[in-house]
Design a protein around this ligand. Structure first.
Ligand SMILES: Nc1nc2c(ncn2[C@@H]2O[C@H](COP(=O)(O)OP(=O)(O)OP(=O)(O)O)[C@@H](O)[C@H]2O)c(=O)[nH]1
Ligand SMILES: [Mg+2]
Length: 353
C-alpha cells in the first residue's frame, strides 16, 4: 500500500528577448553605424527540494508556471535584461514524471537539491552584431529563441512522521479527523479502520504527517483481529501517540496490551518514543482523569496527556510535545524511487490508502 500525493502542472521557460535594430544618431557624427543590442535571456524553470514541505497540495491551486521572457535589446548597444529564473519549491521525495507517467525526469532525494529543468530561450542578436567590413549598416536581427514548455506530473510518496496507536475504539480516527484534513471513518465498533490513513497536521507553523492505523488487540502479532501487518506504515515514524480510552475497561491494561504487541512485532517499534494520551476526557471528571493518569504512569508511561479527540480539549500540549521529537523543519524522508501503478484517479491529489 502506498500513500501518494500527485499533481499535474504546466511549465514554460521564458522566451529570449528580440535583438534590436538601431543606428547611432548623434549630432556631428555621420554614418554612426549599427548599435542595436542583443535580447536578454528568458528565465529558466528551476526546481528545488526544500525542507518543511510535506505535500503537493499547493500545486492544486497553482498549476501553471511560466518564467518571464527576456528583455528587448536596445539602441546604444544595450543588451536586454535577462529574466529571473522561476524557482519551484517541492518537498523532498518528489519525482517529476513525464506527462504519460512513463519516465522519471527528476528525483529529489535531499534538501537543497536543485535542477534547471527547462532552460530559458537565448536572446536574439541585435543588428550591431551583424556589422562586417562589407556590411556596415546591417538591418538583420533575430527574434529571441522561444521558451520550452511541457506538462509533467509531480509525485510524492508520503511517509508518516507520527503514528497513532491504540486498541480498537480508542478514538484514533476521531483524533486524526480533529487535527488534520483527513476524513477517517469513525464507528463505535471494533475495526472501523481497516487500512491506514494519513493526514497533515499544521501546528505552530510546522507541518507533519500523522498516520491513523487499525486497532491492535492482544494476539495481533499472531494474526488476531486483522493482524499487525499495517504496523509497517509506522515503522519510520519518529514518535508514536498512544491513545488509551478512559472509558475502556482497564486503561493501564489496555496500554500494556498494545505495548506487548509492538514488542512482538519488533522492528524497533517498542523502543520508539511514545506519548501516552488518555483519550475521551470529555466523558470523565478531573479526578478520574488524574487517577487513571497515575495508573498509566505506574504501568510505565513517562508522561500522560489528557485529551479529547471529540472536543479538541488537551490536544495542544500533546502536539507541542510531538514537535519536540521532529527535526526543526520536518521534511518527509523518502527512500526508494520506484514508480508504482497509479492507484487513484487522474488529478486526485489526496493521500491514497
Ligand atoms: N466522548 C468521546 N467519544 C469519542 C472520542 N473519540 C472517539 N470517540 C468515540 O469512540 C468510538 C470509536 O472512535 P474511533 O475514532 O472510530 O476509534 P478508532 O480508535 O479509530 O477505532 P478503530 O478504527 O476501530 O480501531 C466512536 O463512537 C467515537 O465517536 C472522544 O474524545 N470523546
Ligand atoms: Mg479507526
Amino acid at each position: 500500500m502506498h500513500f501518494l500525493d500527485q499533481a499535474k502542472i504546466f511549465l514554460k521557460s521564458g522566451a529570449g528577448g528580440p535583438g534590436a535594430v538601431s543606428f547611432r544618431r548623434e549630432k556631428y557624427i555621420e554614418y554612426g553605424g549599427p548599435d542595436g543590442g542583443n535580447g536578454g535571456r528568458g528565465g529558466d524553470i528551476v526546481f528545488e527540494a526544500v525542507a518543511g514541505l510535506n505535500t503537493l497540495i499547493d500545486f492544486r491551486y497553482t498549476q501553471h508556471f511560466k518564467a518571464q521572457r527576456g528583455g528587448h535589446g536596445m539602441g546604444k548597444d544595450r543588451t536586454g535584461a535577462g529574466a529571473p529564473d522561476l524557482v519551484i519549491e517541492v518537498p523532498v521525495g518528489t519525482q517529476i514524471l513525464s506527462e504519460d507517467k512513463e519516465e522519471i525526469l527528476a528525483d529529489f532525494t535531499e534538501v537543497g537539491q536543485r535542477i534547471v529543468f527547462l532552460e530559458g530561450g537565448m536572446g536574439g542578436r541585435g543588428n550591431a552584431s551583424y556589422k562586417t567590413s562589407t556590411n556596415r549598416a546591417p538591418r538583420q536581427h533575430q527574434p529571441g529563441e522561444p521558451g520550452q514548455e511541457m506538462w509533467v506530473w509531480l509525485r510524492l510518496k508520503l511517509l508518516a512522521d507520527v503514528g497513532l496507536l491504540g486498541l480498537p475504539n480508542a478514538g484514533k480516527s476521531t483524533f486524526i479527523n480533529q487535527v488534520t484534513n483527513a476524513r477517517a471513518k469513525v464507528g463505535d465498533y471494533a475495526f472501523t479502520t481497516l487500512i491506514p490513513k494519513l493526514g497533515v497536521v499544521r501546528h505552530k507553523g510546522r507541518e507533519f504527517v500523522l498516520a491513523d492505523i487499525p486497532g491492535l488487540i492482544a494476539g495481533a502479532a499472531e494474526g488476531a483481529g486483522i493482524g499487525d501487518r499495517f504496523l509497517g506504515h509506522i515503522e519510520r515514524c519518529r514518535v508514536l501517540i498512544h491513545l488509551v480510552d478512559i472509558a475502556g475497561q482497564d486503561p493501564a491494561g489496555a496500554m500494556q496490551t498494545v505495548r506487548a504487541e509492538l514488542a512482538a512485532y519488533g522492528e524497533g517499534l517498542a523502543e520508539k518514543p511514545q506519548l501516552v494520551a488518555l483519550n475521551k476526557v470529555d466523558l470523565a471528571d478531573a479526578e478520574l482523569v488524574a487517577g487513571f493518569a497515575e495508573e498509566l504512569r505506574a504501568a510505565g508511561a513517562d508522561e500522560v496527556f489528557g485529551v479529547s479527540g471529540a472536543t479538541g480539549e488537551g490536544i495542544e500540549p500533546l502536539l507541542d510535545a510531538v514537535l519536540a521529537y521532529l527535526p526543526d523543519r520536518t521534511a518527509t524522508e523518502t527512500k526508494g524511487s520506484e514508480v508504482e501503478d497509479d492507484p487513484g484517479a487522474e488529478g486526485d491529489w489526496s493521500p491514497l490508502g
